[in-house]
Ligand binder design. Structure first.
Ligand code: ASP
Length: 319
């Protein structure tokens, strides 16, 4: 099927993770009603979440790595063209999602990491910001104190393995937007797993793992243990199953089952055992939505053009 075939339907929809504030989603829907594009609305919502200090796995206020540095991952994908842009392990800039989108627009590349991502951000005049909030710094200091270590010790591997065994909230920003023209864009932004090893990159900036979008078949975005989403190729796999004719429901269930099989029952000594789950948001080409997870109790939000506010729903857990 050729790209850009032009969709007949005009159903506007914003699909997002439950942790995103209702007002950000509703403002996005309002903009879509006034003709904004899926890409502009996805970026708008992602930027609002990146600025929200109460979102501790995204942007400002995100949990730092084991050295107390906030390293951010983000990706942006345009379902009309299959163009994508991403940044990984980026430090010191306010809006990783906007930088990811600019990678897509200005370079013949998809993913920039670390120093190269920061160089690019500076070159395009992106706003700098110290992304470590006082609350996140205090939580990190407490964690380091709790494991009886200091960061001057040289064995960063041992330090990370000890620090990781703490349960921390996970609220990676997932947003999938369909505009009045039927175009879909997906955006994912995160600070990743709290107390991670420096330079650890999760699924969020990896097209195909934590984010995938194709107007012709649908879009997917992931939250949870990035290493599992990467190993299953979760986002692209769900969209490819829909391409092969699977319904959204059966594609989502299949990918969630594969993730559950992969994750299994975590070993008692596994330092990431508290984070052993993944949730995938799915939208098909016609704007139907759903979410599928490897454990119960994970929710998402959806708002359509006629809804006065986002509806909260629980993801299906097929296991
Ligand atoms: N998926 C993200 C990552 O692994 C983390 C999260 O969703 O909390 O980096």
């Amino acid at each position: 099927m050729p790209y850009n075939r032009g969709m007949a339907s005009s159903s506007i929809v914003v699909l997002a993770n439950a942790e995103i504030r209702d007002e950000f989603i509703s403002e996005g829907v309002e903009r879509l009603r006034h003709g904004a594009s899926a890409g502009d609305v996805a970026e708008f919502i992602a930027c609002a979440v990146e600025d929200d200090p109460d979102e501790h796995t995204v942007g400002y206020g995100g949990w730092p790595n084991i050295l107390g540095e906030v390293e951010l991952d983000a990706s942006f994908m345009d379902g009309a063209t299959l163009r994508a842009g991403a940044v990984a392990a980026l430090k010191g800039f306010r809006h990783p999602i906007s930088i990811a989108r600019q990678v897509m627009l200005r370079l013949p590349h998809v993913l920039l990491a670390g120093e190269g991502a920061a160089r690019f951000a500076a070159e395009i005049g992106a706003e700098r910001r110290d992304m470590l909030s006082p609350e996140a710094r205090a939580a990190w200091q407490q964690r380091i104190a709790a494991i009886g270590e200091d960061t001057h010790q040289r064995d960063t591997i041992a330090l990370t393995l000890r620090a990781l065994g703490e349960r921390r909230g996970s609220d990676t920003m997932n947003v999938i937007v369909r505009d009045a023209a039927g175009h879909i864009c997906s955006a994912v932004s995160t600070s990743g797993i709290a107390w991670k090893y420096p330079g650890r990159v999760g699924d969020s900036p990896l097209v195909g793992a934590g984010n995938y979008c194709d107007d012709r078949y649908g879009a997917a975005a992931c939250m949870g243990l990035g290493e599992a989403a990467m190993r299953v190729g979760a986002a692209v796999q769900a969209v490819m199953l829909m391409r092969l004719g699977w319904s959204l429901e059966s594609a989502g269930r299949e990918v969630a089952r594969q993730l559950s099989d992969l994750l299994g029952a975590p070993a008692a000594e596994d330092p990431t055992r508290h984070a052993h789950w993944v949730r995938i948001l799915l939208m098909d080409a016609a704007g139907h939505v759903g979410a599928f997870a490897t454990r119960p109790g994970l929710c998402y939000k959806v708002q359509r053009a006629d809804d006065p506010h986002p509806l909260l729903r629980e993801a299906v857990c097929p296991a």
